[in-house]
Design a protein around this ligand. Sequence first.
Ligand code: AMP
Length: 449
Amino acid sequence: MPSPNPLKAVRGTRDLLPPETALWNHIEQTARAVFARYGFGEIRTPIFEVTELFARGVGEETDIVSKEMYTWEDRARAQSEKPQSLTLRPENTAGVVRAYIEHKLGETGQLQKLFYIGPQFRRERPQRGRYRQFWQIGVEVLGPPSSGSESPLRDAELLEMLATLLDALGVRNWQLQVNSVGSSEDRKRYDAVLRQALAGVKDRMCPDNQRRAETNPLRVLDSKEPADQALIDALPKIADSLGEDSRAHFAAVLAALDACGVRYTINPRLVRGLDYYTRTTFEFTIPDGSGLGTQNALLGGGRYDGLSEMLGGPRAPGIGFAIGEDRLVLTLQAQAEADAKATEESGAPHLAEMWVPKLDAYIAPMGVERNAAALALARELRRAGLSVEIGDGSFRLKKSFEAADRVARHIVILGEDEVATSTATVKAFATGEQIKAPQADLVQLLRHR
Ligand code: AMP
C-alpha cells in the first residue's frame, strides 16, 4: 500500500526551529528590556476577534479587510449563543483599543503604555519577508487628552524609543521616514483635492489604482506599481492640505526629534495602509540588499486620535507602531552573514553561535555503568546554574569529544577511576588545557567567566 504524502505546514506559514528561535528570543528579550525602561506594560489580547472590530477599526476599503482576512462564521454551540463572524487578527491595534474600551482603562486618567508580542494573520501572497502568519512586536500609547496623550512629545518619544531599540539590536542603516496625514477633517479636504487631481490622470494608471482612485484615493499614494510612480509623485501633497493644528503638531514632533538627535526624512507619500491613522505616520526601512528584498519596511505606525471613538469608546488619542519581527530576524541574519563573510579568515564564529551560546559542559560517561553517575553530576551542576549536556556511556571517546566540541565549552569525562574518587577529567576546548579535578570544584571551574 503506498504511504500517504506527509503533511506540510500551510502555505505562508512556517516552523521556527532552533537555533534560529534563539535569535527570536534575543529580539524579544531586548524589546522587553527597552520597553521596561520607558515604563511600558505587556498586554495580551485574543488571537481572534469579532470581524466587525477590524471592519470598523482598520477600514472596509483597506486591502487587509477587503481581501486578506481569515474570517469564518462561528456556529452557536448553545441556545444562548448566536452564530457570529470571527476573524484571526490581521493586526493588534484594534484589539488593544477594544480592550482599552472594554476595561475602561481611560477612567484611570493615566496614559496607558502597552506593548504586545504575537502572531498576526493576513492572506497575502507569500514571499521573502511576507507571510500569512507573521509576528509583530508592537506598542500603543493612549489615554484621555488630559493624560497628555495628544502631545507631540509622545510621538517623538516613541520614535526615539524605536531608534534606541534598533540600535540595541544592532540593526544598521535603518532609515526613519515620517509624514503627517493630518486630522480627519484635513484628510477629508485632501481627499477632495486628490479625487480632483486623480480624475485627470487615473485612466493612465493600473486597474488597482483606478479602483482606489474611486474608493479610497489616499491608497493610491501607497501603490508600488512601477508604471504609475511618476504620475503619483506629481499628485498634490497632503502637507498642503493640513490645518494649522496638524502643521504645528508635526513641526513640534520634528523639533523634538532634532533635539534628541534622531535622524529622519520626510516622505510626503507615507499614508500607510490602514484607515485609522491621523497626524503622524512613520516607517523604519532598511536599504535594499539587507536581507529584506522588496519588503523593506521593518516597522510602521502612527497616531490614531479617533480610533477609540470609531469603536464606540471614549475619546482616547493615541499612537503606536508594529515591528515585523520576521523581517527583523531576516535583517539581523543578513547582517551577521555579511559580517561573517568579511571576517572569514579570522575564524568568525558560526552564525548560530552568535545567538546560541555554547553550553558550559558536556559530560561524557565512559561505559554505560557510568550513566547514572553522569546524570547525578549533571543534576548538581545544573542546579548550580550551569548549562550541561550528557552523552551516553555507549559512545566511544572520539565520538564524545566531537559531540562535546560542537555544543559545549568543556568536556567532563567520567571514567571508572573518576567515579571511584569523586573526580572528573575536564578539558577546556578554547585552550586545550586538560586537568583532573575534584567534582566539588567543578562548578567553579566550569562557570563562564
Ligand atoms: P502594518 O500592520 O501593515 O503597518 O505592518 C507593520 C509591520 O509588520 C510591517 O512594517 C512589516 O514589517 C510587518 N508585516 C506586515 N505584514 C506582514 C507580512 N505579511 N509578513 C511579515 N511581516 C509583515
